[in-house]
Design a protein around this ligand. Structure first.
Ligand SMILES: Nc1nc2c(ncn2[C@@H]2O[C@H](COP(=O)(O)OP(=O)(O)O)[C@@H](O)[C@H]2O)c(=O)[nH]1
Ligand SMILES: [Mg+2]
Length: 309
């Protein structure tokens, strides 16, 4: 329960207060009626300037360990870092969240590292809307770099990646997930392909495979997140790529697409309560085709469904 007026909360967020940042994100996630007021009061300049880095790849590839390394690099440059960890597991078991928390523990006492976990399951969708809002709040709270760690498996995680300005696909030898990553189209969306655990057997083979699969060999980077080997080079490349994307129009094009996705996600979120009460009011005859009923529901709300799909 937040008793402070929204103006105070926004001021506290913009004064970089980590607790206020956390409270603001919770307020949006909880569909508080003041969420709109909060989001529109955030400084648009900081949101415009932030760099959002998506980190995806199969479980166990070393994403969280690498994220910890990237945090350290950005912190050494004096930058405030926000992390959004998308957890595909149930919020109840919390396994992945706990694991990631442990790996980020070295930064736990750093007030300039803001970590937020979000579950993909156990919620009614709106993950893009929630993650987008969290990024904006973190940026307004002084984070100039936002890292989003997500397991590249489902569609909702892919949607999240589309919110990033730059995406890293992290792979490791021996997991056998390269093919799956390719099938999921991750290779298409990733700007940089990271072969982590570079000292493990199979790293060279995987690197060669990735160089063949990539558009450009210079997309492929090797790291050992445990020792930090290769991380400085990867970070320099990331920063240079961000600069290139800012000047060649790539970033603004991606931002436009990301924004569109967020808007659609919000529209669905905002409609959900009405859909829910209209469905309750309607006789959802179990024998009737649910798709047909959905169309009836939309007509009842005077929304036109596309007849072609
Ligand atoms: N040998 C080796 N192990 C690593 C490396 N990076 C991460 N690990 C280990 O791999 C396991 C999974 O790492 P984690 O960061 O949780 O992977 P995630 O599931 O992708 O987030 C952990 O036991 C890490 O200590 C690396 O570069 N080399
Ligand atoms: Mg992880």
């Amino acid at each position: 329960m937040i008793i402070d007026p929204i103006e105070t909360l926004v001021q506290q967020v913009q004064a970089k207060n980590p607790r206020a940042i956390a409270r603001a994100i919770t307020l949006v996630e909880d569909h508080d009626s003041r969420a709109g007021q909060l989001l529109s009061a955030l400084d648009p300049q900081s949101i415009e300037e932030m760099t959002v880095i998506g980190i995806t790849g199969p479980p166990g590839a070393g994403k969280s360990t690498l994220t910890g390394r990237l945090i350290a690099r950005f912190r050494s440059e004096g930058r405030r870092v926000g992390i959004i960890a998308i957890d595909p597991s149930s919020p109840i078991s919390g396994g992945a969240i706990l694991g990631d928390r442990v790996r980020m523990m070295e930064h736990a006492l750093d007030g300039d590292v803001i970590v937020r976990s979000m579950a993909t399951r156990g919620r009614l969708g709106g993950l893009c809307a929630a993650a987008g809002a969290a990024m904006r709040i973190m940026a307004a709270g002084g984070c100039s770099v936002i890292l989003i760690e997500t397991v590249g498996v489902g569609q909702s995680e892919m949607d999240i990646i589309s919110l990033a300005d730059i995406t890293l696909l992290v792979l490791a030898p021996g997991l056998g997930d390269e093919i799956q990553a390719m099938k999921a189209g991750l290779l298409e969306v990733a700007d940089l392909l990271v072969v982590n655990k570079s000292d493990s057997p199979g790293a060279e083979t995987l690197t060669l495979e990735m160089e063949t699969a990539a558009h450009d060999r210079s997309q492929v980077w090797q790291t050992d997140a445990l020792t930090g080997k290769g991380v400085a080079e990867l970070t320099s490349r990331l920063i240079a790529l961000d600069r290139e994307h800012r000047s060649d129009g790539t970033r603004s094009k991606r931002r436009g697409q990301a924004h569109e996705r967020e808007v659609i996600d919000w529209a669905i979120e905002l409609l959900r309560p009405q859909l829910s009460s209209a469905a309750k009011a309607m006789d959802c005859r179990q024998s009737a085709d649910p798709r047909q009923l959905a169309q009836e529901l939309l007509s009842a709300l005077e929304l036109k469904a596309n007849p072609d799909i």
